[in-house]
Design a protein around this ligand. Structure first.
Ligand SMILES: [Zn+2]
Length: 200
């Protein structure tokens, strides 16, 4: 039988191992290294984790927020004519850090993936349509990932929006095919946004 650390360490190790990109070995190293933390640091970390439960999704765009409405949606100085549709909340920092985008966002909460059972009703597409129906939005930038599912999601939405008088643009294909925009750096994202093209 494999050697096991005392169970409290094993439990923390298992929790770390649930995180994306953290393998068994790394999880073990993290858990054991935390034994060197002083009590105050450990308690703060535990409280920070608990406080994650208070994070909400913005009622307008789906971004992460401390309040019902996120900082971006509450900012009336942004451009109401521009809406950027992203798959995940993690794409927002990359776009914000370009310093070039002044519009608002809409977080789909994923992308269409029939094989994984993710259908249109699983994404916040209805909410997107009702935002468009309010009539202020002039351009919608479809910033879903440049892979097969991301493209299919963009086409699906473009199709739904074809009856509205909005310009539909797609971020540049200059970004590598299959790139995960949730982790794109600001420079890459800036290029992709600048080179966006009108969809046919
Ligand atoms: Zn928001």
């Amino acid at each position: 039988m494999a050697y096991r650390y005392p169970s409290n360490i094993e439990l923390v190790r298992e929790s770390f191992a649930r995180l994306p990109g953290i393998g068994k070995k790394t999880a073990e190293r993290l858990a054991v290294s935390m034994l060197n933390w002083d009590d105050k640091h450990i308690q703060e970390f535990a409280q920070q984790l608990l406080a994650l439960q208070d994070i909400k999704h913005c009622k307008i765009c789906g971004n992460l927020s401390d309040e019902d409405i996120c900082d971006i949606c509450s900012n009336t100085l942004r451009n109401p004519a521009l809406l950027c549709v992203v798959e995940t909340v993690q794409q927002i920092p990359a776009i914000e850090n370009t310093g070039k985008y002044t519009g608002y966002y809409h977080v789909l909460g994923g992308r269409l993936s029939p094989l994984d059972g993710i259908e249109p009703e699983d994404l916040s597409i209805d909410k997107l349509l009702s935002r468009v129906e309010q009539g202020k939005i002039k351009e919608i930038i479809l910033a879903t990932n440049p892979d097969v599912e991301g493209e299919a999601t963009a086409s699906y939405i473009a199709n739904l929006l074809s009856n509205y008088t909005v310009d539909l643009t797609r971020i540049s294909r200059g970004i590598p095919l299959g790139a995960d925009l949730s982790y794109a750096d600001a420079a890459t994202m800036g290029v992709a946004m600048d080179a966006r093209r009108k969809m046919d």
